[in-house]
Design a protein around this ligand. Structure first.
Ligand SMILES: [Zn+2]
Length: 285
């Protein structure tokens, strides 16, 4: 599932290509979208804005409709100039939005809805801005309250709950726990308010930094080495622990552990020495 910062970058790129421009053509493989377009043609309307909200990408049209897409694991938006060759087969095309300069193509976008303004929040279960790590109106106290409501769960799982804090995916989960010296397997109830505040601050800092630095599709949390050069070959080269199972910890040289965690069986990476359990229990990996 794309991390919040990937959605943010997609929204930014689409925003540059589409905002304040008149739509010249709209096509989709989804009957519900084409029906909406038959009733209220998007061609001739202007794209007012493109907005990331949690893991949703919203394209707002001047006619009052919003195209909401959720990428899940498989989907992506590409932007092409007219005549430019597509990088995915036409069979993968689900949505096409054109203006005089660009063609935006949603490939294998699994979830897409056309919504009126009054339907948005409820239909998408869009997270409130107060808990969206990338929002200006993020409210750390509110998120801390939501985290603490999951006292019986492990912090590594709770960091992924989009209704607790929206925008943190599985890569950031491991990185956030590492940079705050927190065992991902601690029950939330064993963490004090200060630790929870530091986890939330780290989540914001790491996700936002990745957005601001425009690091392409790669996530960068570890800046101790040259950042960009090895990314294509080794996705773990820019990270503290994620994807580095069996390799030495960048702080203490202990072997980085890997373990499947939680009801959704997500992979977690951590350093036993840098991220001990408060009660001294050893979680093996
Ligand atoms: Zn370590």
């Amino acid at each position: 599932m794309p991390e919040g910062d990937t959605i943010f970058r997609t929204a930014r790129a689409l925003g540059r290509a589409l905002t304040a421009k008149t739509v010249t053509s709209f096509r989709s493989m989804y009957p519900l979208l084409t029906r909406f377009n038959d009733d209220t043609p998007l061609a001739g309307q202007t794209v007012e804005s493109v907005q990331p909200r949690g893991k949703w990408l919203l394209i707002h049209f001047s006619g009052g409709g919003t195209l909401a897409t959720h990428m899940l694991m498989s989907g992506s938006w590409h932007i092409y100039r007219h005549g430019e060759r597509w990088q995915q087969p036409r069979a993968n095309m689900r949505i096409v939005l054109e203006n005089s300069e660009y063609i935006a193509v949603g490939f294998r976008v699994p979830v897409a809805k056309m919504l009126r303004a009054n339907e948005l929040e409820r239909a998408l279960r869009i997270p409130p801005v107060a808990i969206d790590v990338l929002s200006e109106d993020f409210n750390a106290a509110e998120v801390a309250r939501r985290v603490m409501a999951h006292g019986g769960e492990e912090i590594g799982d709770v960091l992924l709950h989009q209704e607790v804090m929206a925008g943190v995916g599985n890569v950031f989960k491991s990185e956030i726990c590492f940079v705050t010296a927190t065992s991902p397997f601690c029950k939330v109830a064993t963490l004090d308010a200060e630790k929870i505040a530091s986890l939330i601050a780290a989540a914001r800092r790491l996700v936002k930094t990745n957005v601001l630095e425009d690091s392409g599709d790669a996530i960068v949390t570890y800046g101790g080495r040259k950042r960009r050069t090895t990314l294509a070959l080794d996705p773990g080269a820019s990270l503290w622990v994620y994807g580095r199972g069996g390799e030495p910890c960048r702080k203490c040289s202990e072997r980085i552990r890997r373990r499947i965690q939680g009801p959704d069986a997500r992979v977690t990476f951590w350093c036993q020495r840098c991220q001990p359990m408060p009660d001294g229990t050893v979680v093996d990996g």
